[in-house]
Design a protein around this ligand. Structure first.
Ligand code: SF4
Length: 217
């Protein structure tokens, strides 16, 4: 079963590598390979898009730039390592402005990539899914609809699509400076540990319907 999912993932990575759906992404290479983590990981993180100095350069999402360093610090705060997680992005290519700076992926770019996201969620089959920022939380609606918003549901555990979903803020320096400071982010990450404990108690599965989020284990 896991071998079959690994084979399907390798085929998906090949399909993604040839994708040209987004005109503005021509010249970028999608960041999806075995470097994203293990099929069968307990936790799947979903970010916004690879950064120019981060995943687009290193081929490993959330590595090589300040967002990656912040992310690794928060991951370690709940006792998780890269080897235990799978990490991807709502848009698999690095979006840039005309001057070459990082930009947010557009709604249509995220929509173009949503089928790839759906297949990753199913293939990895993590019992806990963690979104990093509003873009990735919204992107999950195309996989299985939810009404969660980042502002109201950050740092809480929700049943979604037979899994536990934890919305968190993006770990970029800009978000830390303007929206969610270090101490608050570290507090939010405790919900990931809560979700993992729930998954263990429930045999890895969450109820299908979305229930009111809770911070408690
Ligand atoms: S962002 Fe996704 S849909 Fe768009 S070109 Fe890259 S892989 Fe294809």
């Amino acid at each position: 079963m896991i071998e079959q999912r690994r084979a399907e993932f390798a085929a998906l990575a090949g399909e993604v590598a040839a994708c040209r759906k987004c005109a503005a992404m021509c010249g970028r290479r999608p960041v999806l390979s075995e470097l994203n983590g293990a099929v069968g990981a307990r936790v799947m993180f979903v970010g916004e898009a690879p950064g120019r100095q981060g995943g687009d350069r290193t081929r490993v999402p959330f590595s090589g730039d300040q967002s990656g360093r912040n992310f690794e610090r928060y991951l370690a705060s709940v006792g998780l390592t890269r080897e235990e997680i799978f990490i991807t992005n709502a848009a698999l290519c690095n979006p840039r402005t005309g001057t070459g700076a990082n930009r947010r992926p557009t709604r249509s770019e995220v929509e173009n990539c949503s089928e790839f996201l759906r297949r990753q969620v199913e293939m990895v089959d993590a019992s806990v899914v963690v979104t990093l920022g509003a873009v990735s939380l919204a992107a999950l609606r195309a996989v299985e609809y939810h009404q969660l918003s980042l502002k109201e549901n950050v740092g809480r555990v929700h049943a979604w699509h037979g899994r536990w979903l934890v919305p968190l803020y993006h770990p970029s320096p800009q978000v830390l400076a303007s929206h969610r400071r270090e101490a608050a982010q570290l507090e939010d990450y405790k919900a990931v540990a809560v979700a993992l404990r729930r998954a263990e108690r429930g045999g890895g599965r969450a109820p299908q319907e979305i229930k009111r989020g809770s911070k408690r284990s």
